[in-house]
Design a protein around this ligand. Structure first.
Ligand code: ADP
Ligand code: ADP
Length: 232
């Protein structure tokens, strides 16, 4: 069954002659427990899609269902609750709280929800994401690649219905980029997570089980089980 489905999403920014159609009637569904990537050039609408799918932005028209809940775009409070309970977001960069340690950042979503940490699950996430050595550091003292690992650990800790990762390897070098994507793949393989990632990079996208090609605000094609390409 689908954990996320988007139906006829259109997003127009601005009005009149300056209006930009970031998404044009996009419908996509994502089954549970799979790793999908959206691949496309800058400006193709990848971020717009992920933001709307994650309830961070409202579409101009169309609807989104996450874990059988239709996102209530007009009700910010209800939307925020669904986001915090069901959606894990990884942003392109610098989205950790600067004055909180890595550990505090990772635990934050659970604390906001008033949930108790399951120690076994917690240490398993920390170990699998490779962030154990970073836990007591402030984000600025960590390499960018480690900051993104912390961001992935934060996204998965609450076991969301889906992890949406918007260009998670943005501005990392090639090796660190693939390592971050491998980490997302681990979330799917080891923990049964569902992950949807966007990227402009073919080598990153090829690590997913399904690649959706975005062009000019629409879906231009799709590839299943791509052959990973080695660039290192
Ligand atoms: P990406 O790396 O995904 O292409 P961008 O750098 O284009 O992201 O955009 C970064 C942020 O700026 C996003 O939150 C996006 O919504 C916003 N943004 C992008 N293009 C414009 C624009 N033309 N006018 C205003 N905001 C924009
Ligand atoms: P991608 O993530 O594929 O780079 P985006 O979803 O960021 O693409 O952007 C799609 C289009 O929408 C681009 O033309 C971008 O400039 C525009 N856009 C994105 N955010 C905004 C915004 N806040 N205001 C105006 N235009 C925007």
């Amino acid at each position: 069954t689908d954990i996320l489905s988007a139906s006829s999403l259109t997003k127009v920014y601005g009005e009149g002659p300056l209006a930009v159609r970031a998404l044009n009637d996009v419908s996509l569904a994502f089954p549970r427990g799979r790793f999908a990537a959206i691949l496309g050039p800058s400006g193709a609408g990848k971020s717009a899609f992920l933001h709307i799918a994650g309830g961070l932005d409202a579409p101009t028209s169309g609807s989104v269902t996450v874990a059988d809940l239709k996102l209530p775009f007009a009700d910010e409070e209800a939307l925020a609750r669904i986001r915090s309970e069901h959606i894990g977001f990884v942003f392109p960069g610098e989205n950790l709280l600067p004055h909180q340690t890595a550990r505090q950042n990772i635990e934050l979503p659970m604390r906001l929800r008033g949930e108790k940490l399951d120690e076994g699950w917690y240490s398993s996430v920390v170990r699998t994401m490779g962030v154990a050595g970073a836990m007591d550091e402030l984000p600025a003292r960590l390499p960018r690649a480690m900051q993104q690992r912390v961001a992935v650990a934060r996204a998965i800790l609450g076991r969301p219905a889906i992890i949406l990762a918007d260009d998670p390897a943005h501005s990392l070098d090639a090796r660190a980029s693939l390592e971050i994507v491998e980490l997302l793949r681990l979330c799917v393989r080891e923990f049964g997570q569902t992950v949807l990632m966007s990227t402009q990079d073919l080598a990153e996208a090829a690590l997913a089980e399904r690649v959706i090609l975005f062009s000019d605000g629409g879906v231009a094609g799709e590839i299943s089980d791509p052959t990973p390409v080695s660039i290192l």
